[in-house]
Design a protein around this ligand. Sequence first.
Ligand SMILES: CC(C)(COP(=O)(O)OP(=O)(O)OC[C@H]1O[C@@H](n2cnc3c(N)ncnc32)[C@H](O)[C@@H]1OP(=O)(O)O)[C@@H](O)C(=O)NCCC(=O)NCCS
Length: 290
Amino acid sequence: MSLPTKLFKSLISIKKDLKEDINAVFKRDPAARNSLEIILTYPGIHALVLHRGAHCLWNNEQKLAARVVSYGSRIITGIEIHPAAKIGKRFFIDHGVGVVIGETAEIGNDVTLYHGVTLGGVSWNNGKRHPTLEDGVTVGAGAKVLGPFTVGKNAKIGSNAVVVKPVPAGATMVGNAARMISDHHDEKGNPITEKSPDAKSQEKIATSKQATARDTAFQAYGIDPTSQDPVAEAFAKMLEHIQQSENRLDQLQAAMCKIDPSFCKKEYDKLCLEEFDVIGKDEADDIAAE
Ligand SMILES: CC(C)(COP(=O)(O)OP(=O)(O)OC[C@H]1O[C@@H](n2cnc3c(N)ncnc32)[C@H](O)[C@@H]1OP(=O)(O)O)[C@@H](O)C(=O)NCCC(=O)NCCS
């Protein structure tokens, strides 16, 4: 079949799909009033129709043309969908602007995305690197779904959630927790496991500079931008305090034992700080000790 025939056929199916898409908007957006308004003013609908054209071109080895259509759609709608992304029926993007859908993303039927959603990757390698959303998934405004995993049927992702692991069918996911997973890298971004003495002393200088900055700087938002996870820091301080109390208790016990030797027979479990090394404190202490 020649390309124009294929395009013509796909235009016919686009028209059929459009009807379904408009009905999906009526079902999912109480603000929608009539079909004409939806056709003229809903960027999600414009992006979807243009994506179907771009996807058809992409599958027929017209990759540049596909990218141009996709880029045009992005300019008009603020929604960026890679032409290779696979999208099912009755897909609805509400409000639209800021949505990014990556090349290897797969979207089932009856999926809803709000503005600011990213279906992105976390790797620069070729191959599957974007998520798969099964039928009926809803992704709230501003949520990021990152990685080549599956979000199960009818799952809901709360607004502004950052999801980096598979989601079971029907689950609701909220929240995001940025935490430090590595504090030093080489110039290519690879984590450094063995530190040279130079790196250590440089780090020591940086740590002391940060401490000075922390002590003196005005913190406009009440949070120190140079600090690690504040919860982990508070936790580490509490553990330190408990250990000091335990030491003091030991001294008291030793004193008591002199008075009453039977008192020493009762042992109690002590806290092992290494087991709670939540922010690599031991390493930080080593550096500070040098
Ligand atoms: C995630 C979501 C689907 C949950 O809806 P729900 O099941 O009705 O949940 P509830 O509203 O009963 O909230 C349950 C708990 O989750 C918390 N929660 C809900 N949504 C949250 C979110 N996005 N982020 C963090 N916590 C959230 C609530 O505060 C509540 O906490 P509590 O039990 O401690 O009080 C919904 O809140 C959501 O984010 N939908 C996306 C909507 C959207 O993006 N709209 C944009 C329109 S323009």
